[in-house]
Design a protein around this ligand. Structure first.
Ligand code: PXP
Length: 237
């Protein structure tokens, strides 16, 4: 299973002091050298972590795949069509959330998303939708023309009891199987860490995990190279 490293929180640390360091581009290069298959960043409307200049520099220097997470707004469409990341991941965004809360509500905005996705595809960008493990939402992703989906593992990761965790894991399993039957490529992510990732790794139809916070948090203690390698070891099991 491949690992895409989300470097948003390298930029969060830098923005905490409006400083020059730590540098997200350097983090991306180190993550690639350690074996990551892709780099993910989320350009938020409020620019709380990643800035447009980061995105432009990342596009120039990374040699794996660049995945830009963004809301499906006109502003972001313009930026994505200029920068041309390999993949755009459409996510919901609300200004007062600490992190992305849940998958995108696809059904109610299917016609908007269908034309939006077409505009991205026209310039050669693959489009992913971050979606909850729900069959009707996943079906709507396919109908809107997404190339792939990223199943939200947040509910699984945040489960308070073992029973809840198992139930949420089963939901993820079923959703992955359903998406595969529809012919969608399946990624997963959100809230995954060194302790909870293994059952997700065991779902072999998932081709890639997108992990950010846990890797950056460990990197503060052991360095980014080691943090990425330790996660990769778990993904290879
Ligand atoms: N996938 C998506 C769509 C996200 O929005 C995020 C958080 O930015 C992640 C994956 C990574 O989540 P985490 O930082 O909890 O690993």
């Amino acid at each position: 299973m491949k690992l895409a490293v989300n470097i948003d929180h390298i930029a969060t640390l830098r923005q905490a002091r409006a400083a020059r360091e730590p540098e997200p581009v350097l983090a991306a290069l180190l993550a690639e050298q350690a074996g990551a298959s892709g780099i993910v960043c989320h350009l938020r409307g409020d620019r709380r972590h990643i800035q447009e200049i980061d995105l432009q520099l990342l596009r120039k220097v990374i040699i794996t795949k660049l995945n830009l997470e963004m809301a499906a707004t006109e502003e972001m469409l313009k930026i994505a069509r200029e920068v041309k990341p390999d993949t755009v991941s459409l996510v919901p965004e609300s200004p007062d959330e600490i992190t992305t809360q849940g998958g995108l509500e696809v059904i109610s905005q299917k016609s908007h998303l269908t034309s939006y996705i077409q505009e991205l595809k026209k310039v050669g960008i693959r489009v992913s939708i971050f979606v909850d493990p729900l069959e009707n939402q996943i079906k709507a992703c396919q109908e809107a023309g997404a190339n792939l989906i990223e199943i939200n593992t947040g509910k699984y990761a945040e489960a308070q009891t073992e029973e809840e965790r198992q139930a949420n894991l089963e939901e993820v399993r079923q959703a992955v199987a359903f998406a595969c039957r529809l012919g969608l490529q399946v990624h997963a992510g959100h809230g995954l860490d060194y302790h909870n990732v293994q059952p997700i790794v065991d779902i072999k139809e998932i081709s890639e995990l997108s992990i950010g916070f846990a890797i950056v948090a460990r990197a503060v203690m052991v360095g980014l190279t080691q943090a990425v390698r330790e996660m990769l070891e778990l993904l290879q099991k």
